[in-house]
Design a protein around this ligand. Structure first.
Ligand code: 3H9
Length: 690
């Protein structure tokens, strides 16, 4: 039963009951309609108390239903009936009230919530607008500016903030008790929210909301549509506003952006803990981190932030001092930005030690090595960890490219070794690639997922190969970009094309930020195995020869006069011209569409190879990696969701045309051939034997 009803004297209780978060699907809407009929049939009721079982009041409409046609009864009608009920409904909110849950709350004539509960309308984060009166009732209740702030950003507020803006009427530790003991005969209940006068137009707030949406959610339709709907409440009658809102909701719901954002929402949740991992994780309350450089310090801070104790290991006193300094810098910056309090900073410092004595990490259940990217160094570190830590401690490496199997093989028990690939800055980036070596045991994997959960990161399981999932796709993206650069374009044009697609920055600006030297070292490592017939683009190597390693050296693909805004560097254009001349290439102009097509198809093709080899378990995992680690626009749903929205035939067609130019670089992935032959999207591909 999604909705249960009972009566105690003059009080009726209606409870939403659809674990785990009381998502409002068809059964619940029907249950609420049945409850309304039941209430209508009762005599002598003074009130109906509406509450949610478990940890939520209601998390909103069941987004799993959004792919199909809407089935009555519709939520706006349920909400309208509750609001119009002859017996007043009182909301007793003990857990989150989001989206449709908040809209139910607004239908009630009195609203009580427990301290700290989150109340909000996050519909825009799913690519839709509130569709059960939220855009119409909220501004009438709390005013246009505050309603815009919540609806256009999807930001939830606490019960305390909600009370301060009169979204709710009171806060109580036990809302259900208070709701059923209110002296309702003597109180003045609020009028139905839809009967409140229209809000006054706040043109400044509307403009500010539009500016914020342009900045924070560029290219996204839903926030702008939500702003229009809220703004229109100033001069639109309620009924007309409701009809306009409903039409907008239904149109957006089946649009590409909403589909993509829903896909990300569910993919993120599905990734949290694969069901097949049954092993218990190692205890992670105390973690050893090896290496106090930028990455190690970032990882240490991420662990400290999650309440863990960290022992950072370095080779000597100098390394220890540097590590302490690096971690202190992040603590101070977080304090300065108001992300943590002074007390929080102290508390984090108290859980952190740095030492060159590995014995100090003897009690840790997990070690994460983030030392210099050299096989020799890693093997030495792992031998020391194995010598000092408990036999069943899990030993993880943060290596981006080195062969985890080789590291593991250097230990008596290789099953302890797992890859935990963090992304810089490790305390901010949400992606965690959990790399499974040939010998990695289930306990190591379980520990990786436990770390991700504790750190609130998005875990994705990856197999061993050069670059795992993300960096392997990135390498191909950059290669495609460099090819376009050599054949006629500029970093500026290429970056602009990708920004227009939805990336926050293009491949060249991003490289300038992270430094050109790492990719260079990788190319040198790959020299021995590279297909000699594959076209090689030497422009990035020439940049290294010139000492242009990116922002840290003052210049890379761009120059940064004064340290800030980027300007084009004529030297880069000269290098491209020169290399094209040596290679006897006739350069030509590329349109933005051509640039995008090449860079995106290159990535899609590589991602398909990654699926074929079982390096990624699913297309959705590739989507998570590209969105949470590499800035692929979330509203496009990740790389392979986007690919499926184009359709396999269109992709293969595009690749075939490019293959006429260069059959090696544009060899079509067997996954695409299979999907084309079987008439299935990439998301339905499963690797043989998977
Ligand atoms: C809306 O309301 C439209 C209306 O205005 C108009 C309608 C006409 N639907 O996140 P968790 C599942 S749009 C379906 O892991 P937490 C979730 O997939 C909606 N399923 O827990 C997961 O399933 P599984 C506006 C949902 O404690 C399980 O519940 N509302 C929904 O970390 C547990 O979720 C939102 O956008 C849903 N709406 O966080 C709120 N919500 O166990 C979306 C959750 O199979 N939800 N599930 O993996 C959230 O933000 C978080 O889930 C919440 C709980 C904060 C509630």
């Amino acid at each position: 039963m999604s909705v249960t009803t009972r009566r105690e004297g003059p009080i009726a209780f209606v409870e939403l009951n659809n674990p785990p978060v009381n998502a409002i699907g068809l059964a619940m809407r029907e249950g609420l309609m049945a409850a309304l009929d039941w209430v209508d049939a009762q005599e002598g009721l003074s009130r109906v108390v509406l509450s949610g079982a478990g940890r939520a009041f209601a998390a909103g409409a069941d987004a799993r239903e959004f792919d199909a046609d809407p089935v009555p009864p519709h939520l706006p009608d349920v909400v309208a009936r509750i609001e119009a009920s002859a017996v007043p409904w009182i909301a007793a909110v003990s857990g989150v009230a989001l989206g449709g849950g908040c809209e139910l709350l607004l239908a009630c004539r009195y609203r009580i919530a427990a301290p700290g509960v989150q109340i909000g309308m996050p519909e825009v984060t799913l690519g839709v607008v509130p569709g059960a009166g939220g855009t119409q009732r909220l501004p009438r209740l709390i005013g246009m500016a505050k309603a815009l702030d919540m609806i256009a950003t999807g930001r939830a507020v606490t019960a305390e903030a909600a009370e301060a803006m009169s979204l709710i009427d009171g806060i109580a530790d036990n809302p259900l008790f208070v709701a059923s003991h209110l002296d309702i005969g003597t109180m003045e209940l609020s009028v139905p929210v839809s009967d409140l006068p229209k809000p006054v137009l706040d043109a400044d707030a509307v403009e500010a909301a539009r500016a914020l949406a342009a900045k924070k959610t560029p290219n996204q339709i839903a926030p702008l549509r939500a702003i229009d709907l809220v703004a229109s409440t100033a001069d639109m009658e309620f009924a007309e506003g409701m009809a306009t809102e409903r039409a907008a909701f239904l149109t957006l719901r089946t649009g590409d952006q909403a589909r993509a954002l829903r896909h990300m929402f569910f993919a993120e949740r599905a990734a949290r803990q694969p069901e097949w991992i049954k092993a218990e994780p190692a205890p992670i309350d105390h973690v050893a981190v090896v290496g106090g450089g930028t990455m190690g310090a970032g990882i240490a801070y991420a662990l400290l932030n999650a309440g863990l104790t960290v022992t950072l290991l370095e080779t000597d006193a100098e390394g220890v001092a540097r590590a302490k300094q690096n971690v202190a810098k992040i603590v101070d910056a977080s304090l300065k930005r108001g992300l943590i309090t002074g007390e929080g900073a102290e508390e984090r410092r108290a859980r952190f030690t740095a030492s060159s004595d590995y014995a100090e990490a003897a009690q840790a259940g997990l070690a994460i090595e983030a030392a210099f990217e050299s096989m020799e160094v890693k093997k030495t570190v792992f031998a020391k960890l194995a010598a000092h830590m408990a036999e069943d401690a899990v030993l993880a490496t943060n290596t981006s490219y080195l062969d985890i199997n080789e590291i593991a093989a250097s230990l008596p028990d290789p099953s302890r070794v797992v890859g935990l690939h963090f992304f810089a800055p490790a305390h901010i980036m949400k992606l965690l690639e959990i790399v499974r070596g040939d010998q990695t045991g289930e306990r190591g994997l379980a520990t990786g997922f436990a770390v991700a959960k504790r750190l609130r990161k998005v875990p994705v399981l990856a197999g061993v190969c050069d670059g795992f999932i993300g960096n392997r796709i990135l390498a191909r993206y950059r290669e495609a970009a460099d090819t376009v650069l050599m054949d006629g374009s500029t970093p500026w044009e290429i970056d602009e094309a990708m920004v227009a697609f939805g990336y926050a920055m293009g491949p060249y600006e991003a490289q300038d930020l992270s430094g050109l030297d790492i990719a260079h070292a990788n190319r040198r490592r790959q020299d021995a195995t590279r297909d000699p017939n594959r076209r090689y683009i030497p422009i990035a190597d020439r940049m290294i020869e010139l000492g242009k390693l990116g922002k840290k050296t003052g210049a890379g693909w761009y120059r940064y006069p004064g340290g800030n805004g980027k300007v084009e560097d004529p030297i880069v254009a000269d290098l491209a011209l020169e290399e094209a001349h040596f290679a006897k290439i006739t350069r030509r102009d590329y349109t933005d569409d051509e640039i995008r097509e090449r860079l995106l198809l290159a990535m899609i093709n590589e991602a398909c190879d990654i699926l074929a080899e079982g390096i990624a378990a699913s297309a959705a995992d590739v989507d998570l990696v590209t969105v949470f680690g590499y800035g692929f626009p979330r509203w496009r749903g990740g790389l392979l969701h986007y690919a499926d929205s184009l359709g396999v035939p269109a992709i293969v067609d595009g690749l075939r045309k490019l293959a006429e130019e260069d059959p090696i670089a544009w060899r079509i992935s067997p996954v695409l051939e299979t999907c084309l032959a079987d008439g299935i999207p990439i998301r339905d591909y499963s690797a043989p034997g998977a």
